[in-house]
Design a protein around this ligand. Structure first.
Ligand SMILES: Cc1ncc(COP(=O)(O)O)c(C=O)c1O
Length: 427
């Protein structure tokens, strides 16, 4: 396909896209910028601008302390209920709080407490390092002989359900995995993996950070016990927006939040010295929520809910299919390697490309070609396709610029920089 043909094809795909109007719900100041990092920080929903102004001026400025009763105390549950609708959970099974890592700590320690006598924690080496750090340190902290065992990926991209099942035993207390792997985009089979854990009597804890808002998730149908996830990626909650946690209803009363605090008490304003946990999901709260940041995530949640996850997933698959088609023709001959599963059912909404000069290419794309991807060492350019805001035209431009940066040799002047750019947070 010639370049004009590619652009024409992209225009046709955009016209036929049932979600094309969603792009205008986001702030896009620079139409030439190709933003393929919405899987790290989603674009700003327009509605969040007025909401933020109202929050600060009226809710904080005029309501003052009354704001807690008027608007803020129930925010963690109210927004949790909206997220529940996106992950196949009941409204009273999800709550917004803290960061993903903190929630993972709370739920993993709670789960280990609910499986006394078992010492195994199983994960895989595709999991996000922060999750593994938290699990490993929790094992040490608990001082009861817990150990973290990692299933190793044979190809650096995928881990089979059979390999996970083989690592489980009657000593496994907890299986903790990222639903979509942060680097390769590999998508675990949640229901089958959860069933394997349950066959061994273990609990499951899923990190949904790279799937929520992009991939349909059905926690209830999958039998999942626990989950956490962040809201600043495909949910467009904003930089540092708080995370969420999910605890299956039937488990809530059995688990103890190891970070007990007043917000998770049955009666938070009696200031009694005994800690009586709240009933239900609220017991997993700890301290005061970051209200401004938390409230600003609502417009993003509403956009995802309005579009619907089936439509979002269909668009995501379409965007990646278009990219992969162009990849073969334009990028593979230039030394780019596909480092993600090809089959859509085995992949989330991002794709990783390897290249021997990946870091220099990443730096050149950002500095000179108006493309924002992200980079994971040693050679991984990660391209996130955010179905609500990424257009097919953007995918076409992305491919052309990935080709141009190599053909014109623009990247060569960045070859000495040699270090991971820290100005772009790549998670
Ligand atoms: C899969 C995954 N898990 C956990 C985290 C850490 O999240 P937080 O910084 O909210 O603790 C990230 C960060 O982006 C992530 O991608």
């Amino acid at each position: 396909m010639s370049r004009p043909d590619v652009l024409e094809r992209a225009r046709e795909l955009d016209q036929a896209d049932p979600l094309r109007a969603a792009r205008s719900a986001f702030v896009i100041d620079d139409e030439r910028l190709v933003y393929v990092d919405g899987n790290s920080l989603g674009r700003l929903p327009r509605a969040a601008i007025d909401l933020a102004a109202d929050l600060v001026r009226r809710q904080w400025g005029a309501s003052l302390i009354r704001g807690w009763n008027d608007h803020w105390l129930d925010l963690p549950e109210r927004l949790g209920a909206k997220i529940a609708g996106l992950v196949g959970a009941h409204a009273d099974e999800v709550i917004v709080a803290d960061s993903t890592t903190v929630n993972l700590f709370k739920l993993s320690v709670a789960a280990l407490g609910a499986r006394p006598g078992r010492t195994g924690i199983v994960s895989d080496d595709l999991n996000f390092p922060s999750d593994l750090h938290s699990l490993a340190e929790s094992a040490v902290l608990l001082g009861r002989g817990h150990h973290l065992d990692l299933v190793r990926s044979a190809d650096g991209q995928t881990v089979s359900t059979a390999a996970i099942a083989a690592a489980l035993s009657e000593d496994t207390a907890l299986l903790c995995l990222s639903h979509v792997a942060f680097k390769s985009g590999f998508l675990h089979e949640m229901a089958a993996v959860t069933a394997a854990a349950h066959d061994n009597g273990a609990l499951t804890l899923w990190d949904l950070s790279h799937s929520v808002g992009a991939v349909p998730v059905d926690l209830e149908a999958s039998g999942a016990d626990l989950a956490v996830g962040c809201t600043y990626k495909y949910l467009s909650g904003g930089p540092g927006s708080p995370a969420f946690l999910y605890v299956r209803r039937s488990l809530q009363e059995q688990l103890t939040n190891p970070l007990a605090g007043w917000m998770g008490r049955a009666s938070m304003f009696d200031f009694d010295l005994d800690h009586v946990p709240a009933e239900g999901i609220r017991r997993f709260l700890t301290g005061t929520p970051p209200v401004l940041s938390m409230a600003c995530m609502e417009p993003g949640l509403d956009l995802v809910a309005a579009a619907g996850l089936d439509a979002i997933r269909a668009k995501s698959i379409g965007l990646v299919a278009f990219f992969l088609e162009l990849f073969e023709e334009y990028l593979a001959p230039l030394g780019y390697r596909l480092q993600s599963p090809v089959e859509p059912e085995r992949r989330g909404s991002h794709v990783s490309l390897g290249h021997d000069d990946g870091l220099a290419i990443d730096l050149a794309l950002i500095a000179e070609l108006g493309v924002i991807p992200d980079f994971r060492p040693p050679d991984n350019l990660r391209l996130g396709f955010a179905p609500l805001s990424t257009s097919f035209a953007e995918v076409a431009e992305l491919t052309m610029r990935l080709a141009q940066v190599v053909v014109d040799g623009v990247y060569r002047k960045y070859m000495s920089e040699g270090e991971t750019p820290n100005r772009v947070k790549a998670t």
